[in-house]
Design a binder for this molecule. Structure first.
Ligand code: NZQ
Ligand code: ZN
Length: 386
């Protein structure tokens, strides 16, 4: 096992009828900005319940944060925060609202540079406003981690950032509110969480059996409960298990002491930036060809995954690894998620070259758990996804 540090200060409040606790979670003397997306929180009563809970607080609102949240929109919230001297941010919704809120919390203190530098050049985050979240969509794990992803529409760029200063102070996890999700978003949530685990697990054996079994526990639960939540988002039990699995998939626990490979995500972000494809779907497009391309490096873990999660059999490690990749694709298909780029856009030609070029420009020339995935490999992986 590799050396590691683990730190996660997020207080989790899970379940039904928890919103009234907001009244004490947020100090009453703090001026609050509640941030949300396109209006789902008005349909499932979450907005009204929060207003009631915070009736003794001063609460301003900022709505309209898009899926794959826009930098351009986040900057408008920063202006409002400065004008109104906001002291606490409350993100209400899915990963996009939470990510945008984390970015806004940090951007509010960037004075002499453009806040885009946080995303483009890893401008260090020295200060951030305190924030809390109310989660209505199980998927990203953003509610219990310190990262975020922001899209700049003007230049079709989607970039990630992170800092311990943007860990939420608390997150209220609401499986009941997720009962109003369209099936498409539930499928996205299952696949996003699934691939988060895979990015921390499908590498090479690192003598970390506990982390392997944590990862497999989350995968098993997603395989069992995900389809139930997909079939009926209002199934509280299934949605609860999906939500907690998605949180556990990316809160740092399964990453302790093991190699990671986030290449599927890095390529996937480009597909969203170019074509607006839902985040999880980009992962379903890229993960299978990436595993096939990196078979030599990843086959031992792929075979272990195949045996333990899907019960695959085979005469060789490689046979089991290939069967595991097929099972993964079938699982995505069972959630009505297509796995080829050409099924999402007719304009796929040239995408592989463009992504490889961007990675070269950014100096992303040695990705993967062995730093062996070069832009030329990225090009081949994306072409294999057409
Ligand atoms: O905007 P509203 O009206 O709220 O509607 C949203 C949105 O249209 C809707 N929704 C949310 N809760 C609902 C609901 N509709 C009905 N009932 C509810 N209870 O769902 C739509 C999608 O929401 P979004 O927040 O975009 O989805 P998700 O949670 O999948 O977040 C995706 C974003 O997170 C980033 C992705 O790149 C993408 O930008 N990620 C963040 C990560 C992190 N911070 O750790 C890791 C992930 O890998 C991911 O990259
Ligand atoms: Zn993801």
């Amino acid at each position: 096992m590799n050396n590691f540090e683990f730190y996660n200060p997020v207080k989790i409040i899970f379940g039904k009828d928890q919103l009234e606790k907001l009244a004490t979670l947020i100090p009453v003397n703090k001026k609050v900005l509640m941030l949300y997306g396109g209006g789902s929180i008005f349909k499932n009563n979450v907005h009204a319940s929060i207003k009631k809970a915070l009736q003794n607080h001063t609460v301003l609102e900022f709505g309209g944060i898009e899926p794959n949240p826009h930098y351009e929109t986040a900057i408008k919230a920063v202006d409002l925060i400065k004008k109104e001297n906001i002291e606490f941010l409350l993100a209400v919704g899915g990963g996009s609202v939470i990510d945008a809120t984390k970015f806004i919390a940090a951007a509010a203190f960037v004075e002499d540079k453009e806040p885009w530098e946080i995303l483009n050049n890893h401008l260090p985050i020295k200060k951030a406003l305190p924030l809390g979240t109310v989660l209505t969509l199980p998927a990203t794990g953003s509610e219990m981690n310190s990262g975020g992803v922001i899209t700049r529409i003007a230049t079709h760029e989607k970039r990630a950032f992170g800092s311990p200063l943007v860990f939420p102070q608390f997150s209220v996890l609401m499986p009941e509110a997720a009962g109003t999700l369209p099936k498409r978003q539930v499928a996205n949530g299952v696949v996003d969480a699934f691939v988060h685990v895979m990015e921390q697990y499908i590498t090479f054996p690192a003598g970390a059996p506990l982390q392997d079994r944590f990862a497999e526990a989350v995968l098993h639960t997603l395989v069992e409960e995900g389809p139930k939540a997909f079939a009926n988002p209002a199934d509280y039990s299934a949605m609860s298990n999906l939500m907690w699995s998605a949180t556990m998939a990316l809160n740092g626990v399964i990453a302790c002491g093991v190699p990671q490979d986030w290449t599927t995500h890095m390529i996937g972000h480009e597909l969203t930036a170019f074509f607006g494809i839902d985040h999880a779907r980009t992962l379903a497009i890229i993960a299978p060809p990436l595993y096939r391309h990196c078979l030599n490096d990843k086959q031992e873990k792929l075979a272990q995954y195949g045996e333990r999660i899907w019960g695959v059999t085979g005469n060789t490690v490689q046979e089991k690894a290939l069967a595991a990749i097929e099972k993964t694709e079938q699982f995505f298909h069972s959630l009505e998620i297509k796995t080829r780029l050409s099924e999402y856009t007719p304009k796929y030609e040239g995408t592989a070259e463009k992504i490889a070029e961007r990675f070269t420009e950014r100096g992303w020339v040695g990705m993967g758990e062995r730093q062996s995935i070069k832009p030329t490999d990225v090009e081949k992986i994306v072409k294999a996804s057409y």
